[in-house]
Design a protein around this ligand. Structure first.
Ligand code: C2E
Ligand code: CA
Ligand code: CA
Length: 755
């Protein structure tokens, strides 16, 4: 169908291309470079259609369209746009445009639109009415005529575009996350290898260097650095010949073949692994001491030799290890104490404890020397075992044991924050070593006394610390044994007080003084969905104690484990009761807090199952709240057990979300179904922009990961409203109720049901 078309396009090239194409297609074409010019041409009449670019300097396509339609309502208008925003469509609709075409477009596409529109115009001009369609979009009503149906298509297709690019983005994000996961993993792997190497380098008593293929030092042990009187860092980057003065026993220079050994190994030439050279090396004090050198090649994954490890044993130092106990002897232990004191951070101390066998002389008399040696070896094994007790591992990485001789064992506790804690740890170690030891055919009960000292602010050196601890230990033996004595009275008093409180709490738990209070968890739209169990201690004299008063102690002493299981037991019983007794409570759930210590117990799943079985509850009735996600991630037991529980249907919530280190990555891996946004952020939701960002980000995160979100500590209706607006499902806080005793919760529930 022939027609007279007007183009408005500011780009000259695009205008000319379009003009030529349209002319070749048989249309008569007028062109203008901007809106004003186009209006001018329209005013002369005789134009069948306007095809306009949207983005033009001065008057844009929308404005041109609006003015053109004001001039002639029936003039068809096609807008050309490189639109990315669906709102462009709305602007176009508001301006009265009939059709859109996204740039870049195919000319044939444009042509078929022009044809269709000219055809429609012709019909309409001939007086034939046509179907229309009403569209509501963004609160406005638009009339869509047949041509404008296209716009509807376009609207839909724009959204489709957005959705698909959004999906692409998500896929890219997922790919990125996976890549990041992998990198993270590799990084951790590398870090842990490096950490391991560093641990080895700082712990081995040998003089050790790692050489690269050019014979350059890439790492050195602390022992070597001490031997040479420099820092380990100073050794890196130098050649092995450069760092140490070595010569043969008889004072002669090393012959080439001696030097060739390690170097040959580092360059991958075949050399006897473990080949030793009997030579002397100069120590920091200027003395040449005999050393035994061994070297071994370092290979990469493909078996290519990339360097060598060279070990030198200071022959005198070998005797610094006690052969009976296989523990560092007196000298080495003292060196380690001094090293630990030197590298202390501010506010920290080094603790030294010495353990002595009670009634040592009597025992030697009855056991004989052999029997006593066996006992000492057995105690040494227990001391090594003690190093992996949770109380000790939680405390420090660089614990260092020693055997001082004469039935005296020692342990170095670096980086202590307070002395009281040191005394308690000493007691833990003492108890672990005490008890029955089987010596030949007898099961011998043994007790030990432990003496404790700490370096204090004065940074006391080993020569004072070790004897002071030993003296305290012997004093303990004299006073009847089986005890810890501290050389600092303050520390002793603090520890005694804490042990008293611990005993009191243990008694309280055993006497059934724990009470569980319940705080409703609300759906922000309607009603109660569950309750969180919060423990209280009803002390016979002091009255109700809040968790803040006794949980830290319970946590430190390990009492939180029996305490936690008792709370779980009571909560399940209580919920089962409510489900039967309270009206409409058959879906009520309970959330119970679990301490990290409980998560580390390998009978956790069993405990939870037992509590559910005893109460007859379905696993889905229970949710467990955990903190310290990082710890869970690192502990295989915890993660596996939680996963088992999730599979059974038990809910798992991350408590205090936002306060600890819970990265997105961890969240995706953890078997979790709910986030609890910490109340400190909810508190500042309406007043502190930072808090508001954290809350809304947590909620979006939860939505993206398909987790439920509980906002904690909701105190006002305004906070609840804002949370609802942000898409949060659940809330908990004084706005609805404080934690209530079980009977009060029942009453509160009944009152709500009536209201
Ligand atoms: P949580 O798990 O974050 O528990 C919520 C705490 O916030 C409760 O303190 C509760 O009373 C308080 N709270 C609730 N709503 C509001 C509010 O609107 N405003 C304010 N200011 N506070 C509100 P509670 O009962 O003192 O418990 C303190 C913490 O002790 C708990 O924090 C939880 O980490 C721990 N805890 C309590 N019971 C147990 C338990 O049985 N086992 C373990 N492992 N931890 C527990
Ligand atoms: Ca909680
Ligand atoms: Ca919390």
């Amino acid at each position: 169908m022939p027609g007279r078309l007007l183009i408005a396009e500011d780009s000259r090239t695009q205008r000319e291309v379009l003009r030529t194409n349209l002319q070749e297609a048989g249309y008569e074409v007028l062109a203008s470079a901007d809106g004003e010019e186009a209006l001018e041409q329209l005013s002369h009449g005789g134009i069948d259609m306007l095809i306009s670019d949207v983005v033009m300097p001065g008057m844009d396509g929308y404005e041109l369209c609006r003015l053109a339609k004001a001039h002639d309502r029936r003039l068809p208008v096609i807008l050309l746009t490189s639109m990315t925003d669906p709102l462009d469509v709305v602007h176009g609709l508001q301006a009265g445009a009939d059709n859109f075409l996204r740039k870049p477009y195919e000319f044939s596409h444009l042509r078929s639109r022009i044809e269709m529109m000219l055809h429609n115009k012709h019909l309409r001009d001939a007086g034939q009415t046509q179907m229309g369609l009403e569209l509501f979009f963004l609160n406005r009503r638009f009339m869509i005529t047949a041509e404008r149906q296209q716009i509807l298509d376009l609207l839909v297709s724009t959204f489709e575009d957005l959705v698909s690019s959004n999906q692409q983005l998500r896929q890219q994000e997922a790919d990125l996350a996976a890549a990041r996961d992998q990198l993270d993993h590799q990084l951790r792997e590398a870090q842990s290898q490096r950490d391991r190497l560093e641990t080895v380098l700082s712990a081995v008593p040998q003089l050790m260097v790692v050489l690269d293929e050019d014979g350059i030092v890439t790492a050195a042990s602390d022992a070597l650095a001490r031997f040479l009187g420099v820092s380990a860092d100073e050794l890196v980057g130098r050649t092995s010949a450069d760092i140490a003065k070595v010569r043969l026993h008889d004072g002669q220079e090393l012959r080439p073949e001696h030097r060739a050994g390690p170097r040959a190994m580092a360059t991958g030439q075949p050399v006897d692994v473990g080949h030793a050279f009997d030579i002397v090396a100069e120590r920091a004090d200027g003395r040449f001491v005999p050393v035994l050198i061994q070297a071994a090649p370092v290979n990469d994954r493909d078996g290519r030799t990339t360097g060598a490890v060279v070990l030198a044993h200071e022959l005198e130092a070998l005797s610094l290890y006690d052969p009976l106990t296989r523990l560092p002897g007196h000298t080495t232990f003292a060196q380690r104490v001094d090293a630990a004191v030197e590298s202390l951070d501010d506010g920290q101390q080094v603790g030294v404890l010495v353990l002595v066998i009670d009634r040592g002389t009597e025992l030697t008399d009855s056991l004989g020397k052999d029997g006593m040696d066996r006992l000492i070896a057995s105690l040494a094994d227990r001391l090594r075992e003690a190093l992996s007790l949770p109380e000790l591992t939680a405390h420090a990485a660089a614990l260092s044991p020693g055997y001082l001789g004469n039935g005296e064992f020692a342990l170095l506790l670096p980086g202590l924050s307070d002395e009281t804690n040191g005394v308690l740890l000493a007691d833990t170690v003492r108890r672990h070593l005490s008890g029955r030891h089987s010596i030949t055919d007898i099961d011998l009960p043994v007790t030990l006394s432990c003496g404790f000292t700490a370096s204090g602010d004065a940074r006391t050196a080993a020569e004072h610390l070790v004897p002071a601890a030993a003296a305290a230990a012997h004093a303990g033996t004299r006073r009847g044994g089986d005890r810890v004595e501290s050389s600092s009275p303050d520390a002793a008093a603090g520890a005694a007080e804490r042990l008293r409180r611990e005993a009191e709490l243990r008694r309280g738990i055993e006497q059934g003084e724990l009470r569980v209070h319940y705080q409703p968890i609300m759906s922000l739209d309607d009603g109660v969905v569950g309750a969180e169990a919060l423990v209280r201690w009803e002390h016979p004299e002091l009255g109700f104690q809040s968790p803040a008063d006794f949980l830290p102690l319970a946590e430190e002493s390990g009492l939180v484990v029996p305490l936690g299981w008792e709370v779980l037991r009571q909560s399940c019983q209580q919920l089962a009761g409510w489900r039967k007794e309270l009206p409409d409570a058959s879906d009520l759930r309970v959330s119970v807090n679990l301490s990290p210590r409980q998560l580390m117990q390998d009978d956790m799943v069993m405990r939870v199952e037992a509590a559910l079985d005893d109460s007859g509850l379905d696993p889905t009735a229970l949710s467990l709240e955990i903190t310290e996600v990082g710890m869970v991630m690192d502990t295989e037991t915890a993660a596996t057990q939680l996963r088992r529980l999730r599979e059974m249907g038990v809910g798992v919530s991350i408590d205090d979300f936002g306060t600890g280190y819970s990265s997105l990555l961890q969240l995706r891996k953890l078997p979790v179904d709910t986030l609890k946004v910490d109340r400190q952020f909810v508190d500042g939701l309406l007043t502190d922009p930072d808090d508001a960002v954290i809350v809304s980000a947590s909620i979006s995160l939860a939505i993206a990961l398909r987790l439920k979100v509980v906002a904690e500590g909701v105190e006002t209706a305004e906070q609840a409203e804002e949370l609802r607006r942000l898409g949060c499902d659940l809330g908990q806080g004084f706005l609805w109720s404080r934690p209530l005793a079980a009977e009060d919760f029942g009453r509160w529930w009944a009152d709500r049901q009536e209201a």
